[in-house]
Design a protein around this ligand. Structure first.
Ligand SMILES: Cc1cc2nc3c(=O)[nH]c(=O)nc-3n(C[C@H](O)[C@H](O)[C@H](O)COP(=O)(O)O)c2cc1C
Length: 192
């Protein structure tokens, strides 16, 4: 059985377009492990969290808990055969909640390492599908920093097989929105 790790990050709960799209395509499929990063937010990277993620013997109890949570997230990532990421655009970036997930799993010696030849990702390569929902139109423009951020960040930990499914123009009239939703549903169904 194929394990699919699903990361959702929309703040819009049941109204979320990325969540609805992912749910529609994955409905009834087995082997789904879901993390809703908006419903269950992760800590924001600060000095305490950065210290925790480096590990060692002198961590506070709270830092030990952060490290254990990071280990759990990394275990989920490693166990997955494919990953589906819901990545809405808020203020031209991914939601903070999704950024926090990457900040929690980026660990030197665990998910990446630096070598004489530069950084090497330590996660076994697997398919990643990013479902990115937007109110406007940004693909193929310099405003599409979500694609470059996610491609760089995923590649850094070893995940270079990344496909983007776009649902754009969702706030530009119902006709365009419906067409975008249909196209994205089709594209996602073909990829998972
Ligand atoms: C706080 C907020 C910020 C947004 N910023 C942008 C933006 O920068 N560009 C854009 O095209 N749409 C923007 N939108 C529209 C969302 O991308 C759109 O509602 C999309 O459906 C969000 O995905 P979701 O429904 O899965 O949360 C924003 C929406 C919200 C709520």
């Amino acid at each position: 059985m194929k394990n699919t790790l699903v990361l959702k990050s929309s703040i819009l709960g049941p109204h979320s377009q990325s969540t609805q799209l992912i749910d529609k395509v994955l409905e009834g499929k087995s082997g789904i492990i879901e993390r809703n990063l908006a419903e269950n937010p992760l800590p924001i990277l600060d000095m305490d969290v950065a210290t925790a993620l480096r590990g060692g013997d002198d961590l506070t109890e709270q830092q030990q808990a952060i490290l254990a949570l990071s280990d759990q997230l990394i275990d989920e990532l490693k166990a997955a055969d494919q990953i589906v990421i819901g990545a809405p655009m808020y203020n031209f970036m991914v939601p903070t909640q999704l950024k926090n997930w990457f900040d929690m799993i980026a660990r030197a010696g665990v998910t990446f390492s630096y070598t004489e030849n530069g950084p090497v990702g330590l996660i076994d390569n697997k398919k990643v599908i990013v479902v990115t929902t937007r109110g406007g139109l940004h693909k193929d423009s310099p405003r599409n920093s979500i694609e470059s951020y996610l491609t760089t960040m995923l590649g850094f930990i070893g995940l270079t097989d990344v496909e983007f499914v776009y649902a754009e123009a969702l706030n530009m009239g119902e006709e365009q929105a419906e067409a975008a939703r249909e196209q994205a549903t089709q594209a996602l169904s073909e990829l998972v």
